[in-house]
Design a protein around this ligand. Sequence first.
Ligand code: HEM
Length: 298
Amino acid sequence: MVGQIAEIQNTRSAIKDHDMESFSHDIFHRVHPALLKWRKQYAFGTSYLKGKRVFEILSKKIPELLPKLVSFSWIPGFRFLPLPINLRLWKLHQELDSLITGIIDERRNSVKSGESNTYGNDLLGLMLKECDSSSNFTSRDLIEECKTFYLAGHETTATLLTWTLMLLGGYPEWQERARAEVGMILYETLRLYPPAIEVIRECVEESWLQDLHVPKGVSVSFPITGLHQDKELWGEDAGQFNPDRFKDGFSSACKHPNAFMPFSFGQRVCVGQPFAMIEAKVILAMILQCSGFTELPP
Ligand code: HEM
């Protein structure tokens, strides 16, 4: 039992750290050597080990400072004061910028030096082409987009997989069915434990949400977890793990088509959604194929 939990925890830390070397030993090598080629395909054309410090800053170092920063956020102009916490934050941002600039420059230089004749067709290559051909997409935008992708594509899928393994440990009957119905299981996990627990939107014009007045400029938070576990929308078993509710698609799983929104909705819907689902399905299929874990302790 302890071993099974340790396996889940190890998998989480392997996924979370994006330490693809150890991850490959745990998962790829034990499953199918043909899958090893996937280790070479990255959005930024560089190994995750190179991006490790970027991940560390975005998902550990900056979040560590957040509680303190939030507690001072009511002081007008606080973020501009050269206090130790702000200095630390600015330094981390500087380091982040120079790491990402390094990755971008490396790609630019490979074309300049003739080592390669195109920027390539991965995410960074496509963004670089856009940056060179459009005045609307500046080098600053490029750096910020890279940061968004590093952050948005990292913690979310790892969290989804962690909760999926937790739930499969708690509901062993679903481990067998998972081989055929992995999609439903992932959706049900996303419903119960959405990695993004809320989305925030600024109201650009005075609006009414039924009888709730929302003045222009006010930020509105949509609590995704609350929406996903609302009994009025999902029925009395809203708090239970029941992937079967998705067997006929989203529309029949719930009373409102937009009540399931782990990837948000509308114009700013997650651009990584199809990628994240494929990534999660492949990793889960590989884990199920090679792991022997069955039940979690009561
Ligand atoms: C289970 C995995 C994931 C979940 C639950 C998730 C969830 C979300 C949500 C809720 C948003 C909207 C945030 C907002 O509007 O405030 C979002 C945006 C975004 N996501 Fe994901 N995401 C996941 C995986 C990924 C992956 C793998 C990538 C990249 C490879 C990615 C890239 C992005 C980007 C770039 C945005 C910003 C889109 C925009 O503002 O136009 N996400 N994601």
